[in-house]
Design a protein around this ligand. Structure first.
Ligand code: BES
Ligand code: MN
Ligand code: ZN
Length: 513
Protein backbone atom coordinates (compact mmCIF):
# COMPACT_ATOMS: atom_id res chain seq x y z
CA UNK A 1 0.00 0.00 0.00
CA UNK A 2 1.24 3.48 -0.84
CA UNK A 3 0.61 6.42 1.48
CA UNK A 4 0.82 10.13 0.94
CA UNK A 5 -0.33 13.46 2.34
CA UNK A 6 -2.68 15.85 0.59
CA UNK A 7 -3.71 19.40 1.31
CA UNK A 8 -6.64 21.46 0.12
CA UNK A 9 -10.40 21.38 0.48
CA UNK A 10 -12.23 18.08 0.90
CA UNK A 11 -14.79 18.76 -1.85
CA UNK A 12 -12.06 19.43 -4.44
CA UNK A 13 -10.21 16.13 -3.93
CA UNK A 14 -10.29 13.90 -7.00
CA UNK A 15 -10.19 10.29 -5.80
CA UNK A 16 -12.16 7.05 -5.79
CA UNK A 17 -13.40 7.66 -2.25
CA UNK A 18 -13.21 10.23 0.52
CA UNK A 19 -13.85 9.19 4.11
CA UNK A 20 -15.45 11.58 6.59
CA UNK A 21 -17.13 11.23 9.98
CA UNK A 22 -20.35 11.98 11.83
CA UNK A 23 -20.82 11.44 15.56
CA UNK A 24 -23.84 10.10 17.39
CA UNK A 25 -25.07 13.66 18.10
CA UNK A 26 -25.20 14.07 14.34
CA UNK A 27 -22.30 16.53 14.42
CA UNK A 28 -20.35 16.52 11.18
CA UNK A 29 -16.54 16.39 11.17
CA UNK A 30 -14.92 19.47 9.56
CA UNK A 31 -14.44 17.65 6.25
CA UNK A 32 -17.96 16.20 6.37
CA UNK A 33 -19.24 19.72 6.89
CA UNK A 34 -17.28 20.90 3.85
CA UNK A 35 -18.67 18.11 1.65
CA UNK A 36 -22.19 18.66 2.91
CA UNK A 37 -22.04 22.32 1.95
CA UNK A 38 -20.46 21.73 -1.44
CA UNK A 39 -22.80 18.82 -2.14
CA UNK A 40 -26.07 20.64 -1.35
CA UNK A 41 -26.71 18.88 1.94
CA UNK A 42 -26.07 15.34 0.65
CA UNK A 43 -24.96 14.13 4.10
CA UNK A 44 -27.41 16.02 6.29
CA UNK A 45 -30.24 14.75 4.10
CA UNK A 46 -29.32 11.17 4.91
CA UNK A 47 -29.04 12.04 8.59
CA UNK A 48 -32.57 13.43 8.52
CA UNK A 49 -33.83 10.34 6.72
CA UNK A 50 -32.28 8.19 9.44
CA UNK A 51 -29.84 6.39 7.15
CA UNK A 52 -26.80 7.93 8.83
CA UNK A 53 -26.94 7.55 12.61
CA UNK A 54 -23.35 8.28 13.61
CA UNK A 55 -23.27 5.03 15.58
CA UNK A 56 -19.69 3.97 16.19
CA UNK A 57 -18.34 2.18 13.13
CA UNK A 58 -21.44 2.63 10.97
CA UNK A 59 -20.41 2.99 7.34
CA UNK A 60 -22.65 4.53 4.70
CA UNK A 61 -21.40 4.87 1.14
CA UNK A 62 -22.64 7.71 -1.05
CA UNK A 63 -21.95 7.61 -4.75
CA UNK A 64 -20.96 10.52 -6.99
CA UNK A 65 -22.56 13.70 -5.72
CA UNK A 66 -22.82 16.89 -7.74
CA UNK A 67 -20.39 19.54 -6.50
CA UNK A 68 -17.95 16.98 -5.04
CA UNK A 69 -14.88 15.77 -6.94
CA UNK A 70 -14.59 12.33 -5.28
CA UNK A 71 -16.34 9.34 -6.85
CA UNK A 72 -17.61 8.10 -3.50
CA UNK A 73 -18.10 9.45 -0.01
CA UNK A 74 -17.85 7.06 2.91
CA UNK A 75 -19.52 8.47 6.01
CA UNK A 76 -18.27 6.71 9.11
CA UNK A 77 -19.97 6.84 12.51
CA UNK A 78 -17.78 8.14 15.32
CA UNK A 79 -20.18 7.07 18.08
CA UNK A 80 -21.18 8.66 21.33
CA UNK A 81 -17.91 9.24 23.13
CA UNK A 82 -17.09 12.80 24.12
CA UNK A 83 -13.42 12.03 24.32
CA UNK A 84 -12.26 9.21 22.13
CA UNK A 85 -9.74 6.63 23.23
CA UNK A 86 -7.29 4.78 21.07
CA UNK A 87 -9.38 1.63 20.93
CA UNK A 88 -12.45 3.48 19.65
CA UNK A 89 -10.31 5.38 17.16
CA UNK A 90 -8.75 2.20 15.83
CA UNK A 91 -12.12 0.50 15.54
CA UNK A 92 -13.48 3.41 13.51
CA UNK A 93 -10.46 3.21 11.19
CA UNK A 94 -10.87 -0.55 10.86
CA UNK A 95 -14.56 -0.40 9.95
CA UNK A 96 -13.81 2.36 7.45
CA UNK A 97 -11.06 0.51 5.61
CA UNK A 98 -13.13 -2.68 5.54
CA UNK A 99 -15.97 -0.76 3.88
CA UNK A 100 -13.59 0.71 1.29
CA UNK A 101 -12.03 -2.69 0.63
CA UNK A 102 -15.49 -4.13 -0.03
CA UNK A 103 -16.15 -1.38 -2.61
CA UNK A 104 -14.58 -0.96 -6.02
CA UNK A 105 -12.29 1.85 -4.92
CA UNK A 106 -8.55 1.35 -5.38
CA UNK A 107 -7.56 4.55 -3.62
CA UNK A 108 -9.05 6.82 -1.01
CA UNK A 109 -8.52 9.97 1.01
CA UNK A 110 -9.06 9.71 4.74
CA UNK A 111 -9.91 12.60 7.04
CA UNK A 112 -10.68 10.44 10.09
CA UNK A 113 -7.58 11.74 11.88
CA UNK A 114 -9.56 14.97 12.38
CA UNK A 115 -11.04 13.16 15.36
CA UNK A 116 -9.51 14.17 18.71
CA UNK A 117 -8.15 11.16 20.54
CA UNK A 118 -7.07 11.01 24.15
CA UNK A 119 -3.29 10.75 24.59
CA UNK A 120 -2.60 10.72 20.83
CA UNK A 121 -1.15 13.74 19.07
CA UNK A 122 -1.47 14.31 15.31
CA UNK A 123 1.62 12.23 14.55
CA UNK A 124 0.61 9.33 16.83
CA UNK A 125 -2.78 9.20 15.15
CA UNK A 126 -1.21 8.81 11.75
CA UNK A 127 1.14 6.07 12.94
CA UNK A 128 -1.73 4.15 14.57
CA UNK A 129 -3.88 4.57 11.47
CA UNK A 130 -1.24 3.13 9.16
CA UNK A 131 -0.70 0.18 11.52
CA UNK A 132 -4.46 -0.45 11.55
CA UNK A 133 -4.84 -0.18 7.77
CA UNK A 134 -1.93 -2.52 7.14
CA UNK A 135 -3.33 -5.01 9.61
CA UNK A 136 -6.67 -4.95 7.81
CA UNK A 137 -4.97 -5.54 4.46
CA UNK A 138 -2.61 -8.29 5.65
CA UNK A 139 -2.91 -11.65 3.87
CA UNK A 140 -0.75 -14.74 4.12
CA UNK A 141 -1.72 -16.67 1.02
CA UNK A 142 1.59 -17.57 -0.55
CA UNK A 143 0.83 -21.27 -0.18
CA UNK A 144 -2.66 -21.09 -1.70
CA UNK A 145 -2.58 -22.08 -5.34
CA UNK A 146 -5.82 -20.22 -5.96
CA UNK A 147 -5.52 -16.91 -4.20
CA UNK A 148 -8.91 -15.79 -2.92
CA UNK A 149 -10.16 -13.04 -5.18
CA UNK A 150 -10.44 -9.74 -3.42
CA UNK A 151 -12.40 -6.89 -4.89
CA UNK A 152 -9.86 -4.60 -6.60
CA UNK A 153 -6.96 -4.24 -4.18
CA UNK A 154 -6.24 -0.90 -2.55
CA UNK A 155 -3.19 0.78 -4.02
CA UNK A 156 -3.03 4.27 -2.65
CA UNK A 157 -4.13 5.94 0.57
CA UNK A 158 -3.98 9.70 1.13
CA UNK A 159 -4.44 11.68 4.30
CA UNK A 160 -5.96 15.13 4.02
CA UNK A 161 -4.00 17.52 6.25
CA UNK A 162 -3.39 21.18 6.86
CA UNK A 163 -0.51 22.70 4.90
CA UNK A 164 1.38 23.82 8.01
CA UNK A 165 1.64 20.25 9.32
CA UNK A 166 3.19 18.72 6.24
CA UNK A 167 6.77 18.28 7.45
CA UNK A 168 5.81 16.90 10.84
CA UNK A 169 3.24 14.52 9.46
CA UNK A 170 5.48 13.31 6.65
CA UNK A 171 7.84 12.07 9.37
CA UNK A 172 4.94 10.35 11.15
CA UNK A 173 3.86 8.77 7.88
CA UNK A 174 7.36 7.39 7.29
CA UNK A 175 7.50 6.08 10.87
CA UNK A 176 4.11 4.41 10.50
CA UNK A 177 5.12 2.80 7.22
CA UNK A 178 8.41 1.56 8.67
CA UNK A 179 6.81 0.01 11.75
CA UNK A 180 3.98 -1.52 9.72
CA UNK A 181 6.56 -3.03 7.39
CA UNK A 182 8.37 -4.51 10.37
CA UNK A 183 5.14 -5.96 11.74
CA UNK A 184 4.33 -7.57 8.38
CA UNK A 185 7.82 -9.00 8.19
CA UNK A 186 7.43 -10.59 11.63
CA UNK A 187 3.99 -11.93 10.70
CA UNK A 188 5.23 -13.45 7.45
CA UNK A 189 8.14 -15.22 9.13
CA UNK A 190 5.93 -16.40 11.99
CA UNK A 191 3.26 -17.78 9.68
CA UNK A 192 5.69 -19.77 7.54
CA UNK A 193 5.41 -23.52 8.10
CA UNK A 194 8.21 -25.32 9.94
CA UNK A 195 9.26 -27.28 6.87
CA UNK A 196 10.05 -24.02 5.06
CA UNK A 197 11.19 -21.81 7.91
CA UNK A 198 14.17 -23.77 9.24
CA UNK A 199 17.19 -22.30 11.05
CA UNK A 200 18.96 -22.19 7.68
CA UNK A 201 16.02 -20.28 6.19
CA UNK A 202 16.29 -17.68 8.94
CA UNK A 203 20.04 -17.37 8.33
CA UNK A 204 19.44 -16.85 4.60
CA UNK A 205 16.79 -14.27 5.42
CA UNK A 206 19.25 -12.39 7.63
CA UNK A 207 21.85 -12.38 4.86
CA UNK A 208 19.28 -11.09 2.40
CA UNK A 209 18.37 -8.29 4.80
CA UNK A 210 22.01 -7.35 5.26
CA UNK A 211 22.32 -7.13 1.48
CA UNK A 212 19.25 -4.94 1.22
CA UNK A 213 20.17 -2.41 3.92
CA UNK A 214 23.62 -0.83 3.80
CA UNK A 215 23.34 -0.09 7.53
CA UNK A 216 23.01 -3.79 8.34
CA UNK A 217 25.62 -6.56 8.43
CA UNK A 218 25.26 -10.23 9.26
CA UNK A 219 27.37 -13.11 10.55
CA UNK A 220 26.31 -16.72 10.96
CA UNK A 221 27.87 -18.79 13.75
CA UNK A 222 27.33 -22.42 12.75
CA UNK A 223 26.32 -25.24 15.08
CA UNK A 224 29.81 -26.71 14.68
CA UNK A 225 31.43 -23.42 15.68
CA UNK A 226 29.07 -23.16 18.63
CA UNK A 227 30.06 -26.62 19.77
CA UNK A 228 33.74 -25.69 19.58
CA UNK A 229 33.06 -22.47 21.43
CA UNK A 230 31.51 -24.39 24.30
CA UNK A 231 27.85 -23.47 23.82
CA UNK A 232 26.78 -26.85 25.18
CA UNK A 233 23.24 -25.82 26.09
CA UNK A 234 22.45 -24.54 22.59
CA UNK A 235 23.94 -27.64 20.99
CA UNK A 236 22.07 -29.98 23.36
CA UNK A 237 18.85 -28.79 21.72
CA UNK A 238 19.99 -28.50 18.12
CA UNK A 239 21.72 -31.90 17.96
CA UNK A 240 18.35 -33.66 18.13
CA UNK A 241 17.48 -32.34 14.67
CA UNK A 242 18.72 -33.06 11.15
CA UNK A 243 18.45 -29.34 10.48
CA UNK A 244 21.64 -27.57 11.56
CA UNK A 245 21.15 -24.82 14.11
CA UNK A 246 22.89 -21.44 14.07
CA UNK A 247 23.43 -18.25 15.96
CA UNK A 248 22.52 -15.45 13.58
CA UNK A 249 24.21 -12.17 14.47
CA UNK A 250 23.13 -8.96 12.78
CA UNK A 251 24.55 -5.53 13.45
CA UNK A 252 22.78 -2.28 12.65
CA UNK A 253 24.86 0.87 12.60
CA UNK A 254 22.64 3.88 12.14
CA UNK A 255 25.19 6.43 13.27
CA UNK A 256 28.93 6.90 12.97
CA UNK A 257 29.31 7.33 16.70
CA UNK A 258 30.88 4.30 18.33
CA UNK A 259 28.25 3.87 21.03
CA UNK A 260 27.46 0.78 23.08
CA UNK A 261 24.81 -1.25 21.31
CA UNK A 262 21.31 -2.13 22.37
CA UNK A 263 21.15 -5.89 21.91
CA UNK A 264 18.03 -7.86 20.96
CA UNK A 265 18.09 -11.64 21.41
CA UNK A 266 15.34 -13.71 19.79
CA UNK A 267 14.24 -17.28 20.48
CA UNK A 268 14.23 -18.91 17.07
CA UNK A 269 12.99 -22.45 17.64
CA UNK A 270 11.61 -23.05 14.15
CA UNK A 271 9.62 -26.00 15.45
CA UNK A 272 9.22 -27.25 19.01
CA UNK A 273 8.13 -30.89 19.26
CA UNK A 274 9.27 -30.94 22.88
CA UNK A 275 12.13 -33.31 21.97
CA UNK A 276 12.26 -36.59 23.92
CA UNK A 277 9.84 -35.00 26.42
CA UNK A 278 7.47 -35.02 23.45
CA UNK A 279 4.51 -32.66 23.44
CA UNK A 280 0.95 -34.01 23.13
CA UNK A 281 -0.48 -33.86 19.59
CA UNK A 282 -3.27 -31.33 20.08
CA UNK A 283 -2.44 -28.02 18.39
CA UNK A 284 1.20 -29.03 18.07
CA UNK A 285 1.23 -27.31 14.66
CA UNK A 286 1.25 -24.03 16.57
CA UNK A 287 4.77 -24.76 17.68
CA UNK A 288 5.87 -23.42 14.29
CA UNK A 289 5.31 -20.08 16.06
CA UNK A 290 8.12 -20.89 18.50
CA UNK A 291 10.37 -18.60 16.45
CA UNK A 292 8.17 -15.54 16.90
CA UNK A 293 10.74 -13.96 19.23
CA UNK A 294 13.25 -14.20 16.37
CA UNK A 295 10.61 -12.96 13.92
CA UNK A 296 10.01 -9.89 16.08
CA UNK A 297 13.72 -9.14 16.05
CA UNK A 298 13.77 -9.36 12.23
CA UNK A 299 10.71 -7.13 12.15
CA UNK A 300 12.18 -4.56 14.51
CA UNK A 301 15.44 -4.43 12.57
CA UNK A 302 13.42 -3.85 9.41
CA UNK A 303 11.55 -1.00 11.09
CA UNK A 304 14.65 0.72 12.46
CA UNK A 305 16.60 0.29 9.21
CA UNK A 306 13.66 1.82 7.32
CA UNK A 307 13.50 4.69 9.82
CA UNK A 308 17.29 5.06 9.73
CA UNK A 309 17.34 5.48 13.50
CA UNK A 310 20.63 6.95 14.74
CA UNK A 311 21.46 3.98 16.95
CA UNK A 312 23.73 1.00 17.33
CA UNK A 313 21.76 -2.26 17.58
CA UNK A 314 22.96 -5.86 17.63
CA UNK A 315 20.53 -8.72 17.01
CA UNK A 316 21.25 -12.30 18.01
CA UNK A 317 18.93 -15.06 16.89
CA UNK A 318 19.21 -18.48 18.52
CA UNK A 319 17.92 -20.61 15.64
CA UNK A 320 17.35 -24.34 16.14
CA UNK A 321 14.74 -27.05 15.78
CA UNK A 322 13.69 -29.06 18.86
CA UNK A 323 13.26 -32.66 17.66
CA UNK A 324 13.41 -36.15 19.19
CA UNK A 325 16.01 -38.38 17.56
CA UNK A 326 18.82 -40.75 18.42
CA UNK A 327 21.00 -37.68 18.79
CA UNK A 328 18.60 -35.80 21.05
CA UNK A 329 19.23 -34.94 24.70
CA UNK A 330 17.50 -37.10 27.31
CA UNK A 331 15.95 -36.10 30.61
CA UNK A 332 18.71 -36.21 33.20
CA UNK A 333 21.48 -35.25 30.78
CA UNK A 334 23.89 -32.65 32.12
CA UNK A 335 25.45 -30.05 29.80
CA UNK A 336 27.95 -27.24 30.19
CA UNK A 337 26.79 -23.83 28.98
CA UNK A 338 28.90 -21.17 27.27
CA UNK A 339 29.07 -19.39 30.64
CA UNK A 340 30.70 -22.46 32.21
CA UNK A 341 27.72 -23.17 34.45
CA UNK A 342 26.22 -26.65 34.20
CA UNK A 343 22.57 -27.53 33.63
CA UNK A 344 20.63 -30.71 34.33
CA UNK A 345 18.07 -31.08 31.54
CA UNK A 346 15.07 -32.49 33.37
CA UNK A 347 12.70 -31.74 30.53
CA UNK A 348 13.79 -31.40 26.91
CA UNK A 349 10.68 -29.31 26.23
CA UNK A 350 12.19 -26.47 28.24
CA UNK A 351 14.53 -25.88 25.28
CA UNK A 352 14.03 -22.14 24.79
CA UNK A 353 16.00 -21.22 27.89
CA UNK A 354 18.76 -23.63 26.81
CA UNK A 355 19.36 -21.96 23.46
CA UNK A 356 18.84 -18.50 24.93
CA UNK A 357 21.27 -18.84 27.83
CA UNK A 358 24.16 -19.37 25.43
CA UNK A 359 22.98 -16.56 23.15
CA UNK A 360 22.82 -14.29 26.22
CA UNK A 361 26.37 -15.22 27.21
CA UNK A 362 27.46 -14.55 23.64
CA UNK A 363 25.92 -11.06 23.93
CA UNK A 364 28.51 -10.10 26.58
CA UNK A 365 31.18 -9.59 23.93
CA UNK A 366 29.32 -6.57 22.55
CA UNK A 367 29.57 -4.69 25.88
CA UNK A 368 25.89 -3.82 25.54
CA UNK A 369 24.06 -0.74 26.77
CA UNK A 370 21.12 -3.07 27.30
CA UNK A 371 20.01 -6.56 26.29
CA UNK A 372 16.39 -7.50 25.67
CA UNK A 373 15.48 -11.07 24.83
CA UNK A 374 12.16 -11.94 23.26
CA UNK A 375 10.82 -15.48 23.50
CA UNK A 376 7.70 -17.64 23.30
CA UNK A 377 9.13 -19.17 26.41
CA UNK A 378 6.38 -20.71 28.55
CA UNK A 379 2.81 -21.94 28.40
CA UNK A 380 2.60 -20.70 31.99
CA UNK A 381 2.89 -17.11 30.75
CA UNK A 382 -0.34 -17.60 28.81
CA UNK A 383 -2.00 -18.84 32.00
CA UNK A 384 -0.73 -15.80 33.91
CA UNK A 385 -1.44 -12.95 31.48
CA UNK A 386 -3.58 -14.44 28.74
CA UNK A 387 -3.22 -12.99 25.27
CA UNK A 388 -3.29 -9.26 25.94
CA UNK A 389 0.13 -8.58 27.37
CA UNK A 390 3.70 -9.74 27.03
CA UNK A 391 5.45 -10.41 30.35
CA UNK A 392 8.47 -8.27 31.28
CA UNK A 393 11.25 -9.42 33.59
CA UNK A 394 14.38 -7.41 34.24
CA UNK A 395 17.39 -6.99 36.49
CA UNK A 396 17.09 -3.20 36.05
CA UNK A 397 13.88 -1.42 37.11
CA UNK A 398 14.56 1.51 34.78
CA UNK A 399 14.61 -0.85 31.80
CA UNK A 400 11.31 -2.42 32.88
CA UNK A 401 9.75 1.05 32.99
CA UNK A 402 11.07 1.91 29.53
CA UNK A 403 9.64 -1.27 28.01
CA UNK A 404 6.27 -0.93 29.72
CA UNK A 405 6.09 2.71 28.62
CA UNK A 406 6.99 1.84 25.01
CA UNK A 407 4.28 -0.84 25.03
CA UNK A 408 1.74 1.63 26.34
CA UNK A 409 2.77 4.25 23.77
CA UNK A 410 2.58 1.85 20.83
CA UNK A 411 -0.55 -0.08 21.87
CA UNK A 412 1.49 -3.28 22.27
CA UNK A 413 1.26 -3.74 25.97
CA UNK A 414 3.52 -5.55 28.40
CA UNK A 415 3.30 -6.10 32.14
CA UNK A 416 6.00 -6.48 34.83
CA UNK A 417 6.63 -9.75 36.63
CA UNK A 418 8.84 -10.48 39.67
CA UNK A 419 12.28 -12.04 39.67
CA UNK A 420 12.59 -12.50 43.42
CA UNK A 421 15.33 -14.67 44.92
CA UNK A 422 12.74 -16.92 46.53
CA UNK A 423 11.82 -18.29 43.12
CA UNK A 424 15.42 -19.15 42.29
CA UNK A 425 15.39 -22.17 44.64
CA UNK A 426 12.89 -23.91 42.41
CA UNK A 427 15.57 -24.52 39.78
CA UNK A 428 18.16 -25.98 42.17
CA UNK A 429 19.56 -29.34 41.06
CA UNK A 430 21.22 -32.02 43.22
CA UNK A 431 23.61 -32.88 40.37
CA UNK A 432 24.38 -29.71 38.41
CA UNK A 433 24.53 -25.94 39.00
CA UNK A 434 20.86 -25.72 38.07
CA UNK A 435 17.97 -27.62 36.53
CA UNK A 436 16.22 -26.43 33.40
CA UNK A 437 12.74 -26.59 34.96
CA UNK A 438 11.32 -25.43 38.28
CA UNK A 439 8.10 -27.34 38.80
CA UNK A 440 4.50 -26.45 38.05
CA UNK A 441 4.14 -23.25 40.02
CA UNK A 442 5.27 -19.90 38.61
CA UNK A 443 6.49 -21.49 35.39
CA UNK A 444 7.04 -18.25 33.52
CA UNK A 445 8.95 -16.77 36.48
CA UNK A 446 11.25 -19.73 37.01
CA UNK A 447 12.08 -19.72 33.28
CA UNK A 448 13.07 -16.05 33.64
CA UNK A 449 15.06 -16.93 36.79
CA UNK A 450 17.00 -19.44 34.72
CA UNK A 451 17.89 -16.74 32.16
CA UNK A 452 18.78 -14.25 34.90
CA UNK A 453 21.72 -16.46 35.86
CA UNK A 454 23.33 -15.70 32.50
CA UNK A 455 22.77 -11.96 32.38
CA UNK A 456 24.60 -10.65 35.42
CA UNK A 457 27.06 -8.53 33.47
CA UNK A 458 24.65 -6.12 31.81
CA UNK A 459 21.23 -4.49 32.04
CA UNK A 460 18.83 -7.11 30.81
CA UNK A 461 15.14 -7.64 30.23
CA UNK A 462 13.22 -10.67 29.08
CA UNK A 463 9.89 -10.53 27.24
CA UNK A 464 7.82 -13.72 27.42
CA UNK A 465 5.56 -13.38 24.39
CA UNK A 466 3.96 -16.85 24.52
CA UNK A 467 0.49 -15.29 24.85
CA UNK A 468 0.87 -12.30 22.55
CA UNK A 469 2.77 -13.58 19.52
CA UNK A 470 -0.02 -15.40 17.70
CA UNK A 471 -3.76 -16.08 17.63
CA UNK A 472 -4.67 -19.76 18.06
CA UNK A 473 -7.16 -21.89 16.14
CA UNK A 474 -10.16 -20.61 14.19
CA UNK A 475 -10.31 -18.21 11.30
CA UNK A 476 -8.10 -15.58 12.87
CA UNK A 477 -5.24 -17.98 13.44
CA UNK A 478 -1.93 -16.37 12.70
CA UNK A 479 1.04 -14.41 13.87
CA UNK A 480 0.30 -11.00 15.43
CA UNK A 481 3.66 -9.40 14.70
CA UNK A 482 3.96 -8.50 18.37
CA UNK A 483 6.03 -7.08 19.98
CA UNK A 484 7.54 -5.27 16.96
CA UNK A 485 5.58 -2.11 17.83
CA UNK A 486 6.81 -2.14 21.41
CA UNK A 487 10.44 -2.79 20.46
CA UNK A 488 10.45 -0.20 17.68
CA UNK A 489 9.02 2.41 20.05
CA UNK A 490 11.55 1.42 22.72
CA UNK A 491 14.40 1.96 20.27
CA UNK A 492 12.91 5.21 18.97
CA UNK A 493 12.87 6.41 22.58
CA UNK A 494 16.45 5.18 23.10
CA UNK A 495 17.55 7.16 20.05
CA UNK A 496 16.24 10.38 21.58
CA UNK A 497 18.27 12.05 24.28
CA UNK A 498 15.21 13.02 26.25
CA UNK A 499 12.72 10.16 26.05
CA UNK A 500 9.10 11.20 25.78
CA UNK A 501 7.33 11.47 29.12
CA UNK A 502 5.53 8.22 29.71
CA UNK A 503 2.34 7.39 31.50
CA UNK A 504 3.23 5.87 34.84
CA UNK A 505 -0.07 4.19 35.41
CA UNK A 506 1.19 1.15 37.17
CA UNK A 507 3.12 3.17 39.74
CA UNK A 508 0.10 5.18 40.82
CA UNK A 509 -1.18 3.89 44.15
CA UNK A 510 -4.78 2.76 43.81
CA UNK A 511 -7.31 4.01 46.33
CA UNK A 512 -8.96 1.17 48.17
CA UNK A 513 -12.63 1.44 49.04
N1 BES B 1 7.59 -23.08 23.26
C1 BES B 1 7.14 -23.59 24.49
C2 BES B 1 6.25 -22.61 25.25
C3 BES B 1 4.85 -22.48 24.75
C4 BES B 1 3.95 -23.52 24.85
C5 BES B 1 4.43 -21.28 24.26
C6 BES B 1 2.65 -23.36 24.43
C7 BES B 1 3.12 -21.10 23.85
C8 BES B 1 2.23 -22.15 23.93
C9 BES B 1 8.32 -23.92 25.39
O1 BES B 1 9.45 -24.37 24.74
C10 BES B 1 7.88 -25.02 26.29
O2 BES B 1 7.61 -26.08 25.81
N2 BES B 1 7.81 -24.73 27.58
C11 BES B 1 7.35 -25.67 28.51
C12 BES B 1 8.21 -25.56 29.74
C13 BES B 1 8.00 -26.68 30.72
C14 BES B 1 8.51 -27.98 30.17
C15 BES B 1 8.72 -26.32 31.99
C16 BES B 1 5.90 -25.35 28.85
O3 BES B 1 5.55 -24.17 28.95
O4 BES B 1 5.11 -26.27 28.97
MN1 MN C 1 9.39 -26.49 24.44
ZN1 ZN D 1 9.67 -23.78 22.83
Amino acid sequence: MKYSLKTGQADKQKCACIIVGVDANKTLSPSAENLDKAGSGCISKLIKQGDITGKSGQCVMLYKQPGIAAERILVVGYGEAKIFNRKQFKNIQLQAIKAVMASGATDFISTLHELEVNELDESDKLVETIKTFEQAGYRFDQFKTKAEKQTPPLKQIHFLIETGQKAKLQKALDTGKAIAKGISKAKDLGNLPGNVCTPTYLATEAQAMAKHYASLSCRIVSEKQLEKMGAGAFVSVSKGSDQPGALIVMEYKGSKADTKPHVLVGKGITFDTGGISLKPGAAMDEMKYDMCGAASVFGTLTAIAEMKLPLHVVAIIAAAENMPSGGASKPGDIVTTLSGQTVEILNTDAEGRLVLCDALSYAERFKPASVVDIATLTGACVIALGHHASAVYSNEPGLTDKLIAAGEQSDDRAWPMPLWDEYQEQIDSPFADMANIGGRSAGSITAACFLSRFTKKYHWAHLDIAGSAWFSGGKNKGSTGRPVSLLSQYLINCSKKEPKARPQQRLKPKKLN
